[in-house]
Structures are given as C-alpha cells and as structure tokens.
Design a protein around this ligand. Structure first.
Ligand SMILES: [Zn+2]
Length: 245
C-alpha cells in the first residue's frame, strides 16, 4: 500500500475507484512534484495529492509531503483546458508501408472527471479514432477515422510544413481543433505520400515522443508499444489536404 495522503476536501473531488487505484496502483510510480518539480516516487515515499478543478477538466498532481499539503484548488481559468489540450506532433513513416503517419501525444496527462482514463484518450475515441488492440496493428493501415481531417501548408521557413488536425467535422457541435497550426519538418517523400493518397494515419496516444533524442523509428515504435500496453494508443486514417500552391 502506498502512503498517498489526501485531505478530506480533495477526496470529495475524486472517484472512489480512482482513490483506491491511487493507493494500490497500478499506475506509473513516479510523478513530478507539483511544488519543487523534482520526481516523487509514489511507490517508495509518502506523497500529498493536490486536485485542481478547472472548467471542463480536473487535474491530479502530487507533491512531496515536505513541499505542499493535500488540497482541492478551484480555478475558473479557461486557458488551462486549452493548455492541457496542447499536443506534440511527430511525423513518421511506418516500416515499408505506403502511408505517412503523424504521432500525436499530449503535453500533459490530464485525467477525465471520472478518473478512469486519460481525458485525451476519451476525447479521441469519442471523436472517432480507434483503440489499438494488437501491437501488430501498427504494421497495417488503420481504419478510417470519420470526421478527421489534417491540413498541411508550407511553413515560413524553408523545409517547414505547418499542420492543423481537426475532428468532428460532421458533428452537430462543430469541429474540434486537435492540432493547431504546428510546424513540423518532413521529407518531400513523406509529403508525396500525403499528397498522392490524400490521407495520413494518426497515432494518438499517451506516448513520450517529445523526450526522444532523435527520430529513430525503433525508439518511436518502443514509445508506441509502451502506450499500447497501457491501453492508451488510438489510431485512424484521416483525410488530408495540401494547401500549398
Ligand atoms: Zn517537492
């Protein structure tokens, strides 16, 4: 049993199942301390839980017991949700397949209000991406993701391309911008795959691709495999536009 300390107030904002998970695992054991930023190993040292409630999103953070007390913090800051929805984007070509891929990963692992899953995974599945159920799926063309579209245009600098990805194009609530005008560097061959097929494969999951030192395909694949093992990898073939001249 972990020594996870939660104030009565903070506990009222948490689902009982999630509370038990916090105390017993399984989860990744190490988090960043909300106060000092250094790692706090939940499996080896006591930790305080700090619950932040923002409009539309709840985020659970941890702190060393000497750094900060357990608390429930309310905020009406609307920008937090947008911040939590920010994503990393990494282009790649999978093995010898004939399609281009974009790996999408959140900057932050916000949790849904029911605390059963990552907010991002829930949103992506809801919007029509498909959960990857077998690691060999990565070698195949993913099923179509209805209502998803990636738009590419030349960037300001030579060799740069800008990408915007939207979901929910046919939703009565209107589209959601998942990737907002992010600059990527891709080869002409990669762009040709997108232009000729009019599609790009999306691999959206809780990976840590931004921590990779390079774009070595094996390292990327290992990150994707880790996310898959956590049930946190989704995929789908999105339509793609090239808005170049
Ligand atoms: Zn600390």
């Amino acid at each position: 049993m972990r020594d996870i300390r939660i104030s009565v107030e903070a506990a009222t904002a948490l689902d009982p199942i999630y509370l038990r998970q916090l105390r017993e695992g399984p989860d990744q054991g190490t988090e960043e301390c909300d106060s000092c930023g250094r790692p706090v190993d939940l499996d080896r040292e006591p930790a305080n839980v700090i619950v932040y409630k923002y409009p539309g999103v709840t985020n659970v953070m941890f702190a060393h017991v000497e750094c900060a007390g357990s608390a429930l913090v309310h905020s009406d800051d609307l920008s937090v949700r947008a911040q939590l929805e920010k994503v990393h984007v990494l282009p790649m070509v999978m093995g010898d397949v004939d399609f281009a891929s974009l790996v999408i990963a959140p900057y932050f692992r916000a949790r849904t209000s029911d605390f059963q899953s990552s907010a991002h995974i829930a949103d992506w599945l809801e919007a029509g991406l498909h959960l990857i159920l077998s690691i060999t799926d990565l070698q195949h063309r993913p099923p179509d993701a209805s209502g998803w579209r990636a738009s590419f245009m030349p960037g300001d600098q030579a060799g740069q391309t800008r990408v915007t990805v939207r979901s929910g194009l046919y939703s009565p609530l209107g589209p959601t911008t998942v990737v907002n005008d992010v600059g990527i560097r891709v080869s002409e061959a990669w762009l040709d795959l997108v232009r000729t097929s009019g599609q790009v494969a999306l691999l959206a999951g809780l990976t840590e691709i931004h921590k990779l030192p390079d774009r070595d395909p094996w390292n990327i694949l290992r990150e994707l495999a880790k996310a898959f093992e956590q049930g946190a990898l989704t995929c789908g073939m999105a339509d793609a536009d090239w808005l170049g001249v």
